[in-house]
Write a protein that binds this ligand. Structure first.
Ligand code: GDP
Length: 375
């Protein structure tokens, strides 16, 4: 419980130790926003898992497309928002679902829907940030992409590699093996190993867990090690409550027994939930802001300044080719030129600042690999 700061004049401290509490109070008042994109072919248990994770019913009115609709369409983005509250802390969760991914016969362009959606949110944020009312910007940027891999198959498919390669510089990707109750322990281990190998061979970088601080307690360090060792998370989802040994659990009832979704022996569900909600939600948001959005912003500013340079060149050419006699026209051209010069100077200053910042956020490391950014 936080103490109310007193007006006591005789106290022997200044009072800035309450800063964390002030920040905490302000953040709680404002509430939190988190947007997650879910990608994977339909039927892999995506909606079930999201509902299990957030104990909600985000998909209760869902209508499944029929076969023709599924073959016709490539991918379609569906956005759902739910407001959750836990011990006075409000979270506005948005789930961006791409239901038909992988269903259509021709999947070549499926990735475009995902990358376009992510870029659109970045672009909107960029516009809002440059606008007049910057105080109430709604953050719809995608903070995390849960990418579902099927449990059948031996590793990632070419289609998965193509899509992940196009996304990994734009969003934090967290890989999830869906319906993991289809696999036994050895099969899960092998599949995870092959997936990690594939990612390495293709120079794909998923969300990087931050290093655990050395002053954290041993339990936290152990939990951090276990989380890192579990990637990609092999999960089982269920929204059915069953009674096992007198305890109510989320599980899947089979003729031969019950899969307890929350049992670490049965699946990585609890690890995924801990990672996503309890330990790394803020880091996912920070990485989105500091790495992916900065990357996008740098490219935007570079394009704007190039455009301004071209405009300036055009204006100069126009002024030279125009007749020399009209003072008014010349002074108008000069004014525009000065304006453009000033604009370019501002853009270049911003660009230099951003490049410095990007250096610090490991962009140089990331640029080793190919980058696909559609600005
Ligand atoms: P989505 O299309 O990817 O959103 O998949 P759904 O969540 O709608 O699930 C499709 C079907 O798979 C439903 O019948 C679910 O009950 C079932 N299902 C969901 N999660 C799991 C799981 O972890 N294991 C198994 N075996 N079935 C699951």
């Amino acid at each position: 419980m936080s103490k109310t700061p007193s007006f006591d004049k005789d106290r022997d401290y200044i009072g800035f130790a309450t800063l964390p509490e002030q920040v905490h109070r302000k953040s709680v008042k404002r509430g939190f926003e988190f947007t997650m994109m879910v990608v994977g072919e339909s039927g892999l248990g995506k909606s079930t898992l999201i509902n299990s994770l957030f104990l909600g019913d985000l998909y209760k009115n869902r209508q499944l497309p029929n076969v023709e609709e599924r073959i016709e369409k490539t991918t379609r983005v569906e956005k759902k928002t739910m407001d959750i509250e836990e011990r006075g802390v409000r979270l506005r969760l948005t789930v961006v679902d791409t239901p038909g991914f992988g269903d259509a016969i021709n999947c070549e362009d499926s990735w475009r829907v995902c990358t376009q959606y992510i870029d659109e949110q970045f672009r909107q944020y960029f516009t809002d940030e440059s606008g007049l009312n910057r105080r109430n910007i709604q953050d719809n940027r995608v903070h995390c992409c849960l990418y579902f891999v099927p449990p059948w198959g031996h590793s990632l498919r070419q289609m998965d590699l193509d899509l992940i390669r196009r996304l990994h510089r734009k969003v934090n990707i967290v890989l999830v093996i869906g319906k993991a109750d289809c696999l036994n322990k050895g099969e899960v281990r092998k599949l995870k190993e092959r997936i990690l190998q594939d990612l390495e061979d293709n120079h794909i970088q998923l969300y990087q867990f931050p290093e655990c601080d050395s002053d954290e307690d041993d339990d936290f360090k152990q939990q951090d090690r276990e989380l890192k060792a579990s990637i990609p998370f092999a999960v089982v989802g269920s929204n059915t409550i069953l009674e096992v040994a007198g305890k109510k659990v989320r599980g899947r009832q089979y003729p031969w027994g019950v899969v307890n979704v929350e049992d670490a022996e049965h699946s990585d569900f609890i690890k995924l939930r801990t990672f996503l909600i309890s330990t790394h939600m803020q880091d996912l948001k920070d990485t989105t802001q500091d790495v992916h959005y900065e990357n996008f912003r740098a490219q935007c500013i570079s394009q704007i300044s190039q455009h301004a340079l071209r405009e300036r060149g055009k204006l100069k050419r126009d002024s030279i080719s125009s007749t020399n006699g009209f003072d008014a026209a010349i002074s108008e051209t000069d004014r525009l030129l000065l304006q453009k010069d000033e604009e370019i100077r501002r853009m270049q200053d911003m660009l230099t600042q951003m490049q410095e910042k990007l250096k610090q956020t490991h962009l140089m490391e990331m640029k080793k690999n190919d980058s696909v950014i559609d600005v």
